[in-house]
Design a protein around this ligand. Structure first.
Ligand SMILES: NC(=O)c1ccc[n+]([C@@H]2O[C@H](COP(=O)([O-])OP(=O)(O)OC[C@H]3O[C@@H](n4cnc5c(N)ncnc54)[C@H](O)[C@@H]3O)[C@@H](O)[C@H]2O)c1
Length: 255
């Protein structure tokens, strides 16, 4: 596994927004983007977690703005994107990462469970992408990376609400890629397998063992391994790639 601390300047001077950045994959991505020279707007509903990240980045000399807000709320999503334009004059990269991950089967799931995950993972991604595209059109283009999942490309048990929400992420990626390719905006996604974020790390080993076995590599992924793939897709190194959904899954989807 690569802990990418090389700082090759792959996002030098670029203005990037990362939603849901207080922890997990979003935090790893914000930290990696900072090492690669990006100017950052970081967002989360978790005010304390976001402030912890902001303070850490500031102490490392990073240009960063923190915007507390809920991606599913129109005015919040608008503010998050506007912060990049106001602070840095433009938006080059959006990582639409904020999400909730409820696990339930269709018998146990309530209509409220469906509405909540569709609001955050679905509507929130739509809103942040919408305002990001508007901003990118002003400056001639940009790059969006959405967080899909193995659950956004294949069926799984206990994912009757979350899985369909991640199919929304896959769908937004493909449709917006085609919609805006001729205006210089690339839209791609990563599809992580199970990643050892705080919630997953806290699960008992009896739950994690079969999860590990389901990934041919034989272990779960680390947040930085997803962040490395997001960095590639966000950067100019992926200049001829749009509409792609890149599995970061230890071979899960190859089976
Ligand atoms: N962890 C995994 O195994 C995994 C696998 C595939 C895909 N993903 C996807 O990666 C993304 C990040 O997941 P994670 O595992 O890092 O989760 P996480 O719970 O560790 O972090 C998610 C962050 O999003 C924030 N958030 C939640 N609702 C929000 C809202 N309405 N507005 C703004 N911020 C909000 C949370 O406060 C949290 O800081 C999600 O879109 C998730 O679906 C995760």
């Amino acid at each position: 596994m690569t802990e990418n601390g090389t700082g090759l300047g792959r996002l030098r001077g670029k203005s990037a927004v990362v939603t849901g950045a207080a922890k997990g994959i979003g935090r790893a991505t914000a930290e990696l983007f900072a090492r690669e020279g990006a100017r950052l707007v970081v967002n989360d509903v978790d005010e304390a977690g976001l402030e912890d990240l902001r303070a850490r980045l500031v102490s490392d000399g990073v240009e960063v703005e923190a915007v507390v807000g809920d991606v599913s709320v129109v005015e919040d999503a608008r503010r998050i994107i506007a912060a990049a334009v106001e602070s840095f004059g433009r938006l080059d990269v959006l990582v639409a990462n904020a999400g909730v991950i409820p696990l339930n089967n269709v018998v146990d799931a309530t209509p409220e469970d469906w509405d909540h995950v569709m609001a955050v993972d679905g509507r929130g991604m739509f809103l942040t992408c919408k305002f990001a595209v508007e901003a990118m059109l002003e400056t001639g283009g940009g790059s969006i990376v959405c967080l899909s999942s193995i659950s956004g490309l294949a069926g799984q048990k206990e994912q009757s609400t979350y899985g369909p929400a991640k199919f929304v992420a896959s769908g937004i990626t493909k449709h917006l890629a085609v919609e805006w390719a001729d205006r210089g905006i690339r839209v791609n996604a990563v599809a992580p397998g199970t990643i050892t974020t705080e919630a997953v790390a806290a699960l008992p080993e009896e739950y994690k063992a079969p999860m590990k076995e389901a990934h041919p590599i034989g272990r779960l992924g680390e947040p930085v391994e997803v962040a490395n793939a997001i960095l590639f897709l966000a950067s100019d190194e992926a200049s001829f790639i749009t509409g792609a959904i890149l599995p970061v899954d230890g071979g899960y989807l190859a089976q």
